[in-house]
Design a protein around this ligand. Structure first.
Ligand code: PLP
Length: 405
């Protein structure tokens, strides 16, 4: 069955607004997705009916808020096929989740240890490990990519060794759309005894995620790229790994007992969740997951791939346009440059026509340097985008080309 995109669009109030006097064509979904009414309603309902702190109040509202908050943990755990809901740690987003892992790792890494990342990292998964290595004396090894944006698998296997303590890699590249064979790479890394952390910021919204099937130790993602609120994200980790992972943030909620001299840490998930959490965000994220689960993953995938195929066809017919990232296995991301046009100018002219894309280095400066581009223009597609959006994108690109010719 195919998706009824018109019906899906009706659930996103923002999609019917105008920008710059034009109907909005929102193609910046890799940066953040729009929110369906179901998520907006869940946030309003929480604040208007149930606002209270969790796990501490001895009153009705606190009890209800705690129940909703912990039910959300189960919803998200089931969504990624976690074995236990305690394996889901709430963070502010992917960035904080990776920091939690890298800061913990930095306390254990020593000189001679190696951390493997890739050339296609978002800064969130690059600087974190770079700094963890600097602090600990471990070496950062970087797996190169091919010119088409695919990971060099041969190099990955060559760089992987008994010295590799952690492999940290993106499920999907935000700048190029490349989907990495994370299950296969995880298997190889585990055979060498390494821990595996996957940056799932771009992976989570496009296909079914099964953390047990992948076999990794950590999987990080953000709610706002999954139709949920900003400021909420998830670090999933295998129970036995998380249970004694060094704590990073300390404070209320995460302790077992405290004296003036010392403190001991509580059980999972609390030990890694210091302070009052983003309760509304958690509830909003669960609403987003429930909303998304009403649609068949295969239908979503087929729809996004159809949009990408059409966009790629039109891109190939556009004089002077070069697609950056042509991996065989990609999500609906079209990154491109056009001869003689700076990406920022393309973005500016498209915006005037109501078409929202992202331009720049996509938080991947070393990758842009590796690909020898100043940055790219990037259109990214999701469940609510239509073929009309793709046509509007290329109509706007044609206009930009004529204006800047
Ligand atoms: N990793 C990847 C691949 C991303 O695309 C992003 C955001 O674009 C991040 C990490 C960081 O996500 P956040 O800013 O939500 O923490």
């Amino acid at each position: 069955m195919s998706l009824d995109v018109a019906l899906i669009r009706q659930q996103f109030p923002i999609l019917s607004r105008q920008v710059n006097g034009q109907p909005l064509v929102y193609l910046d979904n890799a940066a953040t997705t729009q929110k369906p009414q179901a998520v907006i309603d869940a946030l309003v309902d929480y604040y208007s009916q149930c606002n209270a702190n969790v796990h501490r109040g001895a009153h009705y509202l606190s009890d209800e808020a705690t129940k909703r908050y912990e039910k959300a943990r189960v919803t998200v755990a089931n969504y990624i096929n976690a074995q236990r809901s305690e394996e889901v740690i709430w963070t502010s987003g992917t960035t904080e989740a990776i920091n939690l892992v890298a800061n913990g790792a930095a306390q254990r890494l020593t000189a001679g240890d190696e951390v493997l990342i890739t050339e296609m990292e978002h800064h969130a998964n690059l600087i974190t490990w770079q700094q963890a290595c600097k602090r600990s004396g471990a070496s950062l090894k970087i797996v190169p990519i091919h010119n088409n944006g695919e990971l060099n698998l041969e190099a990955f296997h060559e760089l992987l060794s008994e010295r590799t303590v952690i492999v940290a890699m993106p499920h999907v590249s935000n700048a190029l759309g490349t989907i990495n064979p994370v299950k296969q790479l995880t298997e190889a890394a585990k055979a060498k005894g390494a821990l595996v952390m996957i940056d799932g910021a771009q992976g989570v919204a496009h296909g079914a995620i099964d953390v047990r099937d992948i076999g990794c130790d950590f999987y990080a993602f953000s709610g706002h790229k999954l139709f949920g609120p900003t400021g909420i994200g998830v670090l999933w980790g295998r129970y036995d790994v998380l249970a004694d992972w060094p704590v990073w943030l300390v404070g209320g909620e995460m302790i077992a007992s405290v004296t003036y001299e010392d403190a001991s840490w509580g059980e999972l998930p609390n030990r890694l969740e210091a302070g009052t959490p983003n309760i509304a965000g958690v509830i909003g994220l669960a609403a987003a997951v429930e909303w998304l689960q009403a649609y068949d993953r295969a239908d979503i995938w087929a729809h996004e791939q159809a949009l990408l195929t059409r966009a790629t066809e039109l891109a190939e017919q556009t004089p002077g346009l070069k697609i950056i990232g042509t991996a065989a296995n990609k999500i609906g991301v079209l990154s491109f440059v056009i001869d003689g046009m700076h990406p920022a100018d393309i973005g500016f002219i498209l915006d005037k026509q109501g078409v929202a894309i992202r331009t720049g280095d996509h938080c991947a400066q070393p990758l842009m340097k590796r690909l020898n581009v100043p940055g790219t223009a990037r259109a990214s597609f999701t469940i609510y985008n239509s073929m009309d959006d793709v046509e509007a994108l290329f109509k706007a690109i044609d206009k930009a080309r004529k204006m800047l010719a």
